[in-house]
Design a protein around this ligand. Structure first.
Ligand code: HDE
Length: 697
């Protein structure tokens, strides 16, 4: 005999589980009732409709069918590039009127905030790949302006691998997992990438950036952004200025080091998205200044490179940045899929007052993004999704198509028309007018001669960096080429590096154990020694600060609560955050006998997740930590990752077990006396103890 149906869960304090009698306590009590997508109330969400208790399931079970059908179609194709990303909402506010430069509505009035949505991303990895892959980061901003959406779809590196869009599929096929084996995931360290790169001289400058610390940022909040291409700005009088866009983060541009990035990927694959999420949730809203390098056609003609070539920068020492305003990210998404996944950026979305240049890479992108979104989002109406919809009137005669949601009333779906005088019309005054550039020439497939110097700026970049930044580039090349199995790929790439800088090439060759094996290559245009540009160095311009950083204190039972309080106070004064790591996540007993919660259990929070650390166990506690490999690694890694380490006297044996000498350098600080804590903070403000590096690596 059939059992009585279970009592519906919706208005019950207990939650049914499907097994007769077993229930969970549920918070809330009175809740609304569940329905199908057709609004029909659901009586049982635990069991499908059967004949008898053990009989077959019925096809007529519309509740089951609808639920499973929806689930079967939950995924949409991931982005072919930049699949792994994270978005947030905010606003842009100009610092004054920039009417002289552009008529674009968002730059006119410093009291007007334009809503924005930003999506940061990696390029090569799939949706579920780790955040700390060595990769370029996407930095895509959608401005919902009063005159329509403007998408500034940039990267955190100011140049690109290729000069012509026709090479993009080759570049991406080379870096993606190799097609016969489906690996490696989210990595350029394999033969096909370096085969392509070493055969593509125009990629040399970008490779220097991709092998630099820029490709393993500490946080999305600590990344620069660049529009890469040259664009135009046009004012109300029609006067044109050429511009390059720059985003500069308030927290400085800082990175992890490679060994740390590798470990972070294991400890917290979501490191970057969690960091952005937590910062915004905590009210620490990340900020960037938007600037342009503004220059004229005449100035451009005098540069020794072509401003249409996306493998070149304009040194800031030649054309300084003009700040336009500030972007603040102050709201996380409510739904990842609806917003971050369905957002559709497109470089072709520009507004009156901004225009394209003839950069052949940009021109190809103007086609690609809408095309890719048609298949990714399933039709031509994705502009109606709330995340993509303009926040100003949208009026035209476009109609119908898959999933059209706006209801467009009336008889008129064409233009010109006279049947309805209220219909929207073109406006010469307000409408977008392309800059009337004079263009003429023969039709041909050709690369301009002016694009041929692939080495001068690559060398300039290298020469402009600090010694540790240069070391990291050599280390990254050695790591990546070391992963290539084909010797000819390595020797060819070494040959290319010889054309950039002999010392760099020799360092890489020596790290690989391949001295003297570089191929002899002949450049089309040999590298010139350009003036170094100090603005290219991350650390030469990074402010000494721990604002926005995460500091960790390792404690055990018996740890000093007064010390913990003073660490928190000192960190708060500097705008940093403190977390407590204890052997058990349930917490620990302080020296004063109180129970205090921990933020993390030691085995879940290796020190690679934090910017600077304090080792503060009790004397009894340290005995236990000495027998815990995770505790020894915690200290050893903090030292190896060049972090500022403060320690209590009781921590001495743990430091010794980790091979860290007391006061080994200014970043290993005993917490005695009044100024110990301050010394540690001062050391942490330099981000990392770079002078320590030759000792540990
Ligand atoms: Fe993209 N790029 N790209 N790209 N790109 C895409 O568009 C493409 C390039 C960039 O968070 C795709 O909607 C071509 C440069 C970002 O959703 C696709 C070329 C720069 C994002 C596409 C380039 C970028 C994309 C994939 C060579 C920096 C992620 C899904 C001509 C200035 C945006 C999509 C987001 C995404 C094509 C080169 C930045 C396939 C053909 C240069 C930040 O349309």
């Amino acid at each position: 005999m059939a059992k009585k149906p279970q009592k519906p869960a919706s208005n019950d304090i207990t939650q049914t589980t499907g097994n007769a009698g077993e229930t969970h306590q549920r918070a809330g009590g009175q809740a609304e009732y569940l329905t199908t997508d057709q609004g029909i109330p659901i009586a049982d969400n635990q069991n499908s409709l059967k004949i008898g208790e053990r009989g077959p399931v019925l096809l007529e079970d519309f509740v089951l069918r609808e639920k499973i059908t929806n689930f079967d179609h939950e995924r949409i194709p991931e982005r072919v590039v930049h699949a792994r990303g994270f978005g947030a909402h905010g606003y842009f506010q100009p610092n004054k009127s920039h009417a002289k430069l552009t008529r674009a509505a968002l730059f006119q009035d410093p009291s007007v905030r334009t809503p924005v949505f930003v999506r940061f991303s990696t390029v090569a990895g799939s949706e579920g790949s780790p955040d700390l892959a060595r990769d370029v980061r996407g930095f895509a901003v959608k401005f919902y302006t009063q005159e329509g959406n403007w998408d500034l779809v940039g990267n955190n590196i100011p140049v690109f691998f290729i000069q012509d869009a026709i090479k993009f599929p080759d570049l991406i096929h080379a870096v993606k997992p190799e097609p016969d084996r489906g690996f490696p995931q989210a990595a350029s360290a394999h033969d096909t990438f370096w085969d392509f790169a070493s055969l593509t001289p125009e990629s040399t400058h970008m490779l220097m950036w991709a092998m630099s610390d820029r490709a393993i940022p500490r946080s999305y909040r600590m990344m620069e952004g660049f529009g890469v291409h040259t664009f135009r700005m046009i004012n109300a009088k029609g006067a044109v200025t050429l511009v390059k866009f720059h985003w500069r983060p308030k927290l400085g541009t800082v990175s992890l080091i490679w060994d740390e990035a590798v470990k972070v990927n294991g400890a917290d694959i979501d490191f970057h998205r969690r960091d952005l999420w937590e910062a915004i949730q905590n009210g620490d809203y990340p900020e960037w200044e938007l600037s342009v390098q503004a220059f004229t056609e005449e100035q451009a003609a005098r540069f020794d490179f072509d401003v249409l070539d996306p493998t070149k920068i304009i040194p800031e020492e030649v054309v300084p940045l003009t700040p336009l305003g500030t972007m603040v990210l102050d709201r996380t998404v409510d739904n990842f899929f609806a917003e971050t996944e369905q957002v559709a950026f497109c470089p072709a979305n520009i507004v009156p007052g901004i225009d394209f240049s003839n950069d052949p890479l940009l021109q190809g992108r103007l086609f690609s993004y809408l095309d890719t979104q048609l298949s990714r989002l399933g039709g031509p109406n994705f502009h109606e999704l709330p995340i993509n919809a303009a926040k100003c009137p949208v009026r035209n005669q476009q109609r119908d198509g898959h999933m059209r949601t706006t209801l467009q009333p009336g008889r008129i779906a064409y233009e010109p028309n006279s049947l309805d005088p209220a219909q929207a019309r073109e406006s010469v005054e307000r409408g977008f007018v392309s800059f009337p550039a004079a263009e003429a020439g023969d039709k041909m497939r050709i690369r301009p001669e002016a694009f041929a110097d692939h080495y001068s700026q690559a060398r300039q970049f290298y020469k402009s960096l600090l010694p540790h930044e240069q070391r990291h580039i050599a280390g990254a090349f050695a790591f990546e080429l070391g992963k290539c199995e084909v010797i000819a790929v390595r020797t060819r790439m070494l040959g290319r590096l010889m054309l950039v800088d002999r010392e760099l090439a020799e360092n890489v060759a020596s790290a690989l154990g391949m001295e003297g094996m570089a191929d002899k290559l002949k450049p089309a245009v040999p590298a010139k020694d350009l003036q170094p540009s100090p603005a290219l160095s991350q650390y030469a311009k990074a402010a000494k600060s721990i604002e926005g950083r995460k500091l960790a204190v390792l404690v055990t039972d018996g740890a000093d609560d007064k010390l913990l309080a003073s660490i928190r106070k000192a960190a708060k004064a500097e705008g940093a955050m403190v977390v407590v790591v204890a052997p058990k996540v349930g917490g620990f007993k302080t020296a004063g006998g109180d129970r205090m919660p921990a933020d993390f259990a030691l085995n879940a929070a290796p020190s690679c997740l934090f910017d600077a650390v304090v080792v503060a166990p009790s004397e009894a506690g340290v005995e236990m930590l000495l027998k815990t490999a995770a505790a020894v690694d915690w200290v050893r890694d903090a030292f190896g990752h060049l972090k500022a380490i403060a320690y209590t006297e009781a921590a001495g044996p743990l430091l010794a077990a980790a091979g860290v000498e007391p006061e080994a350098d200014v970043g290993v600080v005993p917490l005695k006396g009044r100024d110990g804590l301050q010394k540690w903070i001062t050391a942490a403000k330099g981000h990392r103890l770079w002078d320590r590096e030759p000792m540990v690596r």
